[in-house]
Design a binder for this molecule. Structure first.
Ligand SMILES: Cc1cc2nc3c(=O)[nH]c(=O)nc-3n(C[C@H](O)[C@H](O)[C@H](O)COP(=O)(O)OP(=O)(O)OC[C@H]3O[C@@H](n4cnc5c(N)ncnc54)[C@H](O)[C@@H]3O)c2cc1C
Length: 289
């Protein structure tokens, strides 16, 4: 999801120097990308970023700390949100930071509950020198770029992961019930039907929101609703699956145990459920009033 967010953002906002230098390696998968928004003070309000970027000739010097960043320790390029002025609306800018730059280092890597296939950790910038050509868009465009990246790529990607997880839960639960000779039980069949219903609802919401974005429409409510529904539904599906599987599903390494752990971090990644409901409500109230 981070790779998708970063590549989409670079294609839209990066200048020719950054595009030519990094996009081929990023799109081929040779290089990974990190997106540095969240700071120790919180991630829900990207406008509150305290990381500073000060102009120094043809460069900017970036100083600050980003936390809970996907691909932190593996990325060759990090898109970092930093404050270039105190203007409340246009005080932020986004920089493409080569992780080999002097003044850039990684901090702690978190041992999180699930999603263990990717590293999540800290980026530390200490007077990190970044060429002015690595500024995305114009100085002051940072908040708009960040919100676009999160809402159009991050939340949709997150919903897609939750949807895949639900599909896996359905298949694994059915296979397990068949293997232990319980597939004929009415309650097992009812549980499978409920998981299927949740999965299909999340699928249709995800496809509709993605289609709307593809048409160029503004789809804040649809994307936010899809994200929180898919996250909540995946937790409901996993809970039902665990009830059907009995103790077998709890054994470390069992696919259902992995789905159970993976469903949890998806809730706050790309913005919590509460923030999605706030975004959706704001857009819907405006639409129908
Ligand atoms: C697996 C994973 C991967 C991640 N990857 C990245 C990444 O690559 N890059 C990145 O920048 N971040 C990343 N994050 C961080 C993620 O974006 C944040 O966790 C998320 O934005 C929420 O921020 P927070 O955890 O700091 O909670 P906070 O912002 O501190 O919020 C705490 C609580 O307060 C609530 N809250 C906050 N503000 C309001 C409000 N105005 N109204 C009502 N309730 C509110 C929230 O809903 C939440 O319940 C990742 C997180 C996870 C779990």
């Amino acid at each position: 999801v981070s790779q998708l967010m970063g590549i989409g953002t670079l294609m839209e906002f990066a200048g020719p120097v950054v595009r030519e230098q990094y996009l081929p390696r990023l799109t081929s998968g040779e290089m990974l990308l990190a997106l540095g928004i969240t700071e120790p003070s919180g991630g829900s309000d990207p406008g509150a970023a305290a990381t500073r970027a000060e102009r120094d000739g043809d460069s900017f010097l970036l100083t600050g700390r980003k936390v809970f960043i996907t691909n932190s320790h593996w990325a060759g390029l990090a898109l970092v949100v930093a404050r270039t002025s105190s203007d409340p609306r246009r005080g932020l800018s986004v920089f493409a930071v080569d992780t080999a730059s002097p003044g850039f280092r990684t901090g702690r890597a978190e041992h999180k509950t699930g999603l263990k296939g990717c590293v999540t950790g800290e980026l530390v910038l200490d007077q990190c020198r970044v060429p002015a050509s690595h500024l995305l868009g114009e100085e002051g465009d940072g908040l708009a770029i960040t919100i676009k990246a999160i809402s159009e790529y991050g939340r949709m990607g997150n919903a897609g992961v939750a949807l895949g997880l639900m599909q896996a839960v359905f298949e694994e639960t059915q296979a397990l019930a068949a293997a232990v000779g319980q597939l004929h039980q009415p309650l097992v069949r009812e549980g499978l039907a409920a998981i299927y219903g949740e999965t299909q609802a999340a699928r249709l919401l995800t496809y509709q929101a993605a289609w709307l974005l593809d048409t160029g429409a503004r789809a804040d409510a649809e994307v936010a609703t899809t994200k929180f529904f898919a996250n909540d539904a995946s937790l409901r599906c996993v809970r039902r699956a665990m009830a059907i599987a009995g103790s077998r599903g709890l054994v470390a390494g069992h696919p259902l145990e992995r789905c159970f752990r993976d469903a949890i971090p998806l809730i706050s990644a790309d913005g919590t459920g509460d923030i999605q409901r706030i975004v959706a409500a704001r857009s819907l109230v405006g639409r129908f009033s």
